[in-house]
Design a protein around this ligand. Structure first.
Ligand SMILES: [Zn+2]
Length: 400
């Protein structure tokens, strides 16, 4: 049994052409007319593959293939999202949904008698430029919504009750598989075809304020200054050094800064910036922030934690199945972590799951020239197809 790569590539290109402007990219933001056109295309493909489709109140599209033998088994779910960022690429998200459809087509054409129902999920609003990141899968899984989302929902006549109605039942599902482009350069650099994702980084964000004393930039000698910007420069350097020393995997970004009063001839009296940390687990990130606080608190640094998103772990058994499958099919693979968020973060509230990656050329995504090679796309879809067969035959049991 093999997937038909030409058919899958044609689907990727056709969905990718919806809302696409050459040289600019694909724009299918949630709820836009182009998003709806794209979803209609995917819906048609699902129906042709024999799935019964449903669109929930927040716009997630699902297609269900009932079990062909036996009764009462839990669903094998596969999917990703079909919305894009403004001027994005054609692979991010779409790859996971269209490959899942190709897997079902292949199984059915080969006369596979599935013991488990198979559900394909095309999530809405994963990218978050309209209501908020992974809104569709949050509703699907019943994950808590952030306050800004509640505000933005109103523009689309969506109520909290609508969102509650989208929540699926934990007992209906066996597991969730998400096949996605890496959106980074690790697989390409290591010359691996398949990334076995063990987890998604947790995120910690702090609002930082550094206080000094604003004063005349000409008449205040250096030894009498309390310059908030100078201290900030030293604090950020210390922060980055501490991060590097703490773990190999942690990443840290200071991407915004406000300087007060903000004049060329006034010594800065205060700076405000956001510190963002990401790592495999939360503990080392808290350790970094504790050290920073201890060293700089009495010199005017004030820290306030404001976003905490714990790490997501992929299921260990599923990682092993994926690893063995890739090996037996002859594709070089490696274990890795995802620095980017995915719908899997939310589906993990409902069921165990795992992420499969393939290389992104140049590590680039969210851009018109995002690209993954057809031979890599084929490899990932083959791994997915083989995994679904093994799981359907009983290779995976849900423990909780
Ligand atoms: Zn994505």
């Amino acid at each position: 049994m093999r997937i038909q790569i030409d058919r899958l590539m044609a689907d990727l290109k056709e969905l990718g052409s919806i809302g696409f402007i050459p040289g600019q990219g694909a724009s299918r933001m949630a709820y836009s007319p182009d998003f709806v056109r794209g979803r209609d295309f995917v819906r048609k493909r699902m129906e042709e593959a024999g799935l019964s489709v449903q669109i929930d109140a927040v716009g997630n599209l699902t297609g269900l293939l009932p079990q062909a033998q036996g009764t009462g088994e839990k669903r094998i779910a596969m999917g990703s999202h079909i919305d894009t960022v403004p001027m994005g690429g054609i692979y991010d998200g779409a790859l996971g949904v269209l490959s899942a459809i190709e897997v079902v087509r292949t199984l059915r054409e080969a006369g596979w008698k599935n013991r488990h129902p198979i559900e394909i999920i095309a999530f809405n609003e994963e990218e978050g430029n309209v209501i908020g990141g992974t809104f569709g899968s949050k509703a699907f899984a019943g994950a808590p919504l952030e306050t800004p989302m509640l505000q933005k929902m109103k523009a689309f006549q969506l109520t909290e009750e609508d969102v509650r109605r989208c929540k699926r039942k934990q007992d209906d599902y066996l597991l969730y598989l998400e096949y996605h482009i890496e959106q980074g350069g690790i697989l390409e650099a290591k010359e691996k075809t398949i990334g076995i994702v063990e987890g998604i980084f947790g995120i910690l964000r702090y609002k930082a304020t550094v206080s000094g004393k604003a004063n005349h930039a000409g008449s205040t000698p250096m030894e009498l200054r309390d310059d908030a910007m100078e201290k900030t420069a030293r604090i950020i350097t210390d922060l980055m050094d501490t991060v590097r020393a703490e773990t190999e995997s942690m990443v840290c970004t200071v991407g915004t800064m406000t300087v007060k009063p903000g004049a060329v001839n006034v010594i800065p009296g205060e700076t405000q910036f956001i510190i963002e940390l990401r790592d495999k687990t939360m503990t080392p990130m808290y350790s970094v922030m504790e050290k920073l606080k201890k060293r700089w608190e009495d010199q005017g640094l004030h820290l306030e934690e404001y976003i905490t998103q714990p790490e997501t772990l992929c299921d260990k058994k599923l990682c092993l199945i994926a690893e063995n499958t890739a090996k037996e099919l002859g594709y070089p693979s490696m274990r890795m972590y995802s620095g980017a968020g995915h719908d899997l973060i939310n589906t993990s509230f409902l069921m165990p799951g795992m992420l499969l990656f393939i290389p992104s050329r140049g590590g680039i995504s969210h851009r018109y020239d995002e690209y993954s090679a057809p031979e890599h796309i084929e490899a990932g879809a083959e791994v997915l197809l083989e995994m679904v067969q093994r799981i359907d035959e009983g290779a995976f049991e849900r423990e909780n």
